[in-house]
Design a protein around this ligand. Sequence first.
Ligand code: NZQ
Ligand code: ZN
Length: 385
Amino acid sequence: MNNFSFRNPTRIHFGKGQIAKIREEIPADARVLITYGGGSIKKNGVLDQVHAALENITFFEFGGIEPNPHFETLMKAVELVKQEKITYLLAVGGGSVVDGTKFIAAAAEYPNDPVEMLPTKGAHIRSALPLGCVLTLPATGSEMNGNAVITRWETKDKTGIFSELIRPAFSVLDPETTYSLPPRQIGNGVVDAIVHIVEQYMTYPVNGKVQDYYAESLLKVLMEEGPKALQDPTNYDVRANIMWAATQALNGTLSLGVPGDWSIHAIGHQITALYGLDHAQTLAIVLPAVWQHKKEQKKAKLLQYASHVLGMTEGDDEQRATQAIEKTRAFFELMGVPTRFSAYGLDESVIPAVVAKLKQHGRLKLGEHGDITPDAVTELLRLAL
Ligand code: NZQ
Ligand code: ZN
């Protein structure tokens, strides 16, 4: 196990009716901005619960944060923050709303043009407004981390920023808020959380047993419960297990002391930026291709995953490694997330475009060994057509 330091200050309020806890978190004299997306929170009653919790607290609202939140939209919220002298942000929605709100929190206090935060990945953020979150889509882990992924629509660039200062002070996770998710977003959420886990697991062994076994447990939960959520959308225990697993998948614990891959996300972000595919759809396409291309280097962990998570015992090492990849692909398909470009009407013309975007962003040495070069990306994406 490698050295690490760890702190995660986000307080979690988990379970039925926990939206009421917002009241204990936000100062009574705060001027709150509720941020949300396209309106799902109005239809499923979540916004009403938030309003009830904020009784006698001054609040304003900013809706219309789109999936893969746009810099251009978020800057309109920053204007409102300044105009209304907002002191606290409350994100209500999925990962896009939470990420967008993190950006707003930092942009509102940024001394320079906030667009600078994107190429510098948030490195110069020195202060941010406090924020809390009511999560309605288990997927990204944004509710308990310091990451935000922002799209600059004008230039079709999707980039991640990170700062300790944009971690939510608190997050409410009420599994009942997820009952209204459409099947596509249930599938997306489970796939995204699984890919977060394996980006921190499917590398090479460093004898990080706590991290490995923890990752394997979370994978098993998501693979057992994911299909049940599609079949039985209002099963509380199923939703609760998925929601808590997705938070754990990217709240920082799994990556401690172990190598990380993250090539799947780096490549996937370019596909979303260029062609508008959902985040998880891009991951479902890229993961089997990366694993196939890097099968030899990842073999020890592929075999561990085949045994500990998929329960595979038959066949030699080569067969089990190959089957582990194919079973993972089959699981994504089962969750309703297709795993090839062709299923989304895309062909080989995407490959040079994605590679050009990676080069533009300086992402030239991806993966746990830094050997997924632009040429390697070209080769591996051919496996995903
Ligand atoms: O906008 P509304 O009307 O709320 O509808 C949303 C949206 O259309 C809908 N939805 C959310 N909760 C719902 C619901 N519909 C019905 N009932 C509910 N309870 O779902 C749609 C997708 O929402 P979105 O927030 O875009 O999805 P997700 O949570 O998957 O977030 C994706 C974004 O997060 C980024 C992605 O790149 C993408 O931009 N990521 C953020 C990460 C982080 N901060 O650590 C890590 C991830 O790897 C990821 O990159
Ligand atoms: Zn992701």
